[in-house]
Write a protein that binds this ligand. Structure first.
Ligand code: FE2
Length: 424
């Protein structure tokens, strides 16, 4: 007898009436119309079953701290960084752990089962690092938490910045981070990229840097990141996060840059909710959107993900661990409205970030882990349109969360008494 059988599922690639058979935590068969006895049987009723959502860019050490010690009045990135600096001395291990665990509860309910979180390594005590390593262990049975050593105050600009980052890696942080645009000069930023990529190559680590999170069209650290990636043979292991300066760059320069990024097989993470909020703050009108050139990067063959980045923290007052919200915003900001582009927006919160994180056994196919989400939508485009309810969330074949389908009661003469929001 199977552990779990899902029937009448629609898959993200459009296949319908599919059955997904699960045994011992793995998918053993994906085929049309299969019926078999199972301990748990779920009729998807033609709705979408997707592999879980993946967030390639988050800050779990600051999440759910909104308003502590005060609110970001200007709404800028730099005031957010200053505010985080005010909050840091008051942080405790337990407070970070409790906020992070609360966020992971939300994530699981939203079918978000893998998160790459940056963790600030600037504090000499490495308090946030130790707290999130604790969280990583505690959530491991139900959520993959990958940590990036993120030198918020700069590796060269802040005294001890590089040493603290190395200590974080020694403690077990997975990925090398960076923030070249926050170093004192362009030259120091480029130097930081070189140092950090060499460190990653030495230690066999992946790289994911906050890179060019700026409206300055001359912030070109992504060029150095691509160069160092190919020089050190780190192809496919390096991600540039944000890359918002690309929004403002000269088109001729970008026509040279994107092929260099493709040559290095650079990963890209745009954070639409945050980019549209923080960028363009020095503009009057027209105001720039700030998001990097997502459709053009995808067309060049780069792996592009949408990250959530922030939820209720010094930089952002919204969010609820819903990657469909990030996809929805990305679709709008990037004007990705063709059918193919809308489907790419769904990939940008599922398969693409899974690739950037290097997740094993991801996907709905025989041999993969039995991790998936039943969405109250007929297809990926509808899932984004509705920010569809997660009717069921499974990991390793075990149900972790359930939510009801949203149905409104209507009180209108001559009209149905209920309204659903799906297409049929
Ligand atoms: Fe970030």
């Amino acid at each position: 007898m199977l552990d779990l059988l899902i029937t009448h599922a629609t898959l993200p690639d459009g296949r319908q009436n599919m059955s997904i058979a699960v045994q011992d935590g793995r998918i053993v068969e994906v085929t049309e119309g299969l019926q078999a006895p199972a301990h748990e049987a779920v009729d998807a009723g033609g709705l979408l079953v997707s592999p879980p959502f993946v967030d390639a860019h988050f800050h779990m050490d600051s999440t759910l701290s909104y308003g502590q010690p005060r609110v970001n009045e200007s709404g800028t990135l730099l005031e957010g960084i200053a505010l985080w600096g005010e909050l840091k001395p008051t942080l405790t291990h337990d407070a970070i752990v409790q906020r992070a665990l609360q966020y992971c509860d939300m994530a699981v309910a939203r079918g978000l089962l893998a998160i790459r979180s940056h963790v600030d390594t600037s504090h000499p005590s490495l308090l946030p690092v130790e707290a999130l390593l604790d969280v990583k262990q505690r959530v491991a049975p139900y959520l993959d938490l990958q940590l990036v050593a993120f030198p918020q105050d700069g590796v060269l600009r802040a005294p001890g910045g590089l040493a603290n980052l190395k200590r974080a890696l020694d403690l077990g942080v997975d990925v090398v981070g960076g923030i070249p645009h926050f170093e004192r000069t362009m030259a120091q930023g480029a130097e930081s990229v070189k140092i950090l990529c060499e460190l990653a190559a030495e230690r066999g680590k992946r790289v994911d840097m906050h890179c060019d999170e700026s409206d300055d069209p001359h912030s070109r650290h992504v060029e150095t990141l691509a160069f160092e990636t190919q020089r050190l043979g780190l192809h496919g292991r390096v991600t540039g996060s944000h890359l918002t300066s690309m929004h403002s760059m000269d088109n001729y320069y970008v026509s040279k840059l994107i092929p260099l990024m493709a040559e290095a097989d650079l990963g890209v993470v745009a954070n639409p909710l945050i980019n549209i909020t923080l960028q363009g703050r020095h503009d009057t009108y027209p105001k720039r959107r700030g998001m990097t050139r997502v459709p053009e990067l995808m067309a060049a063959g780069l792996t592009v993900a949408f990250g959530h980045d922030c939820v209720l923290d010094p930089w952002y007052s919204g969010g609820s661990a819903d990657m469909l919200e990030a996809a929805h915003m990305g679709l709008h900001v990037g004007q990705m409205t063709s059918q193919a582009a809308m489907r790419q927006c769904f990939d940008a919160v599922t398969v693409n970030p899974a690739k950037l994180l290097g997740l094993e056994g991801y996907g709905i196919e025989p041999g993969a882990y039995a991790d998936f989400v039943l969405l109250h939508a007929r297809n990926p485009v509808e899932a984004i349109r509705l920010r569809a309810a997660r009717l069921g969330v499974w990991r390793r074949g075990k149900r972790l969360a359930s939510s009801p389908a949203p149905v409104a009661q209507l009180h209108l003469p001559g009209r149905p008494d209920k309204v659903h929001f799906t297409s049929n």
